[in-house]
Design a binder for this molecule. Sequence first.
Ligand SMILES: Nc1nc2c(c(=O)[nH]1)N[C@H]1C(S)=C(S)[C@@H](COP(=O)(O)O)O[C@H]1N2
Ligand SMILES: [Mo]
Length: 230
Amino acid sequence: MDTPEGNTRGDVRRYGRRTFLLTTAAGFSSLFWGQAVWTQTAKIVLPVVDVFAPGLIPGWRIYTISGQMPTFDRNTWRLRIDGLVERPVDLTYDQLLALPRAEQVSDFHCVTGWSVNNVHWAGVRFRDLLALVRPTQEAAALTFVSAERPYFDSLTLDEALLPDAMLAYEMDGKPLTRAHGAPARLVIPEMYGYKGVKWVEQIRLGAIPETGYWEQRGYDTDAWIGGRHG
Ligand SMILES: Nc1nc2c(c(=O)[nH]1)N[C@H]1C(S)=C(S)[C@@H](COP(=O)(O)O)O[C@H]1N2
Ligand SMILES: [Mo]
């Protein structure tokens, strides 16, 4: 599959910022929440930026849609959780770390074909995050907004509550690096990597999942690996 994100490289060559012009001419359809949604992405021109990341762990490719990785400042960073909740919060990094810590080892799969097995993650389960804000009766989806605008994606509440979904702040025993989304990224091993929003700064509760950045550009809103719902 020739995809825009597929232009990035995880090897040690310095690519600098190389902008590709990519043309797609295809129509996509998907069945989403009982509705057929048709998106015509004819001849969209997408600039894609390659990134060279020092200290890259073998196997990983670093993706950004903008080439500008957000910087993390421990003192000013906040995670906003809002939308259909009784009590919106702005968590500091220290407050995030003080929540019950979860750990797991899981595989990571990008839809373009590369994988990294046995990634060690540490972070917070969504049931613990959501207990802080108390979602309302209508809340059924979470939208994860990246500090790298306009990247975002969403999950249903049920998906977010899977036992191995988490908001991760550590990878392989160390705080998330900037390239991997510091200080926090979404991890959901059953789904393709584009669901794994990096540099998460807001989680917005809503009634239905929103169509994510890459999904608006042709990726399937069904991101289950192996197409569980497809
Ligand atoms: N903010 C942001 N999050 C993102 C992306 C991105 O470009 N920007 N790319 C996604 C895709 S397609 C994949 S496969 C993974 C790659 O994670 P990595 O850059 O840590 O290897 O990040 C996901 N999250
Ligand atoms: Mo990806």
